[in-house]
Write a protein that binds this ligand. Structure first.
Ligand code: NAP
Length: 251
């Protein structure tokens, strides 16, 4: 029987691939057969070793996505080193925490520019290449705050709600051109991004009480959803925000 999840011969770009969810997704895509361009401002040596250990090629691409300046070079360098772009995972993201009444313009811009503006323009740069070839898979990393309001993270909530909206807009424009655009909304995953929450005893207890699965997620928990949305198994899935949250949204 054909393996509809097989990614052999495919090339994926994963941003923010040195750690956390990006690393988990890059390794899962490699284990499913894809070669990976590992993009980020911190060089993803450890992830590259894991990708190569899975028998796949890894390209290391240095880029700071605080601005859109590197987006075209990311696509060009991936094509130069790995030959094509079949899959884009927009994972790089940042968060700033402060009360809404005190929230600074700098904290607003830093989060929106990385999480939303660079994400859109990287979708555009990769999308042009995919549309020209008539196929491609884009996976944006959303959040529970694509559905909920959150607290003390106004720019993060705005950015992730924007990611959900953009995912649907791009699906509407590109579905008929062979490009699937979807998102994964992780629940509470133990990474650097959530270190402050994990360390806060009260918040940690409140979070744990609401997760039906009874535990924080691990980056590897995102792998199955990423392989699904990157593979032909999801060819008729468009503009969907797939929660991988241990049941958080079901409560
Ligand atoms: P993480 O461990 O802090 O990883 C974030 C990644 O994004 C790192 O590779 C980081 O690079 C990169 N990044 C941040 N700013 C960047 C920039 N300006 N240019 C290039 N790369 C940049 O956090 P994570 O939890 O894995 O987060 C990954 C994604 O999942 C983010 O979009 C986050 O919002 C989302 N998410 C996380 C959770 C969760 O519970 N952990 C839940 C929902 C959504 P550096 O190492 O160089 O900083």
């Amino acid at each position: 029987m054909t393996n509809i999840f097989d990614l052999s011969g495919k090339v994926a770009i994963v941003t923010g691939a040195n750690t956390g969810i990006g690393q988990g997704i890059a390794v899962a895509l490699a284990e499913a057969g894809a070669d990976i361009a590992l993009v980020g401002r911190s060089i993803a040596d450890e992830t590259a070793a894991l990708v190569r250990g899975a028998g796949r090629r890894a390209a290391l691409i240095a880029a700071d996505l605080a601005t859109i300046e590197p987006v075209q070079a990311i696509v060009d360098q991936t094509i130069a080193e790995l030959g094509r772009v079949d899959i884009l995972v927009n994972n790089a993201g940042t968060i700033r925490r402060a009360d809404a009444v005190d929230f600074s313009e700098e904290d607003w811009d830093a989060v929106i520019d990385t999480n939303l503006k660079s994400l859109f323009f990287l979708c555009q740069a990769a999308g042009r290449h995919m549309i020209a070839r008539g196929s491609g898979k884009i996976i944006n990393i959303a959040s529970m705050l694509s559905f909920q309001g959150g607290i003390r993270v106004p720019s993060y909530t705005a950015s992730k709600s924007g990611v959900a909206g953009l995912t649907k807009l791009l699906a509407n424009e590109w579905a008929a051109r062979g490009v699937n655009v979807n998102a994964i909304a992780p629940g509470y995953i133990a990474t650097n991004n959530t270190a402050a929450l994990q360390a806060d005893e009260t918040r940690n207890r409140q979070i744990m009480e609401r997760i039906p699965a009874g535990r924080w997620g691990a980056p590897s928990d995102l792998g199955g959803a990423a392989v699904f949305l990157a593979s032909s198994a999801s060819d008729y899935v468009q503009g969907h925000i797939l929660a991988v949250d241990g049941g958080w949204l079901a409560r």
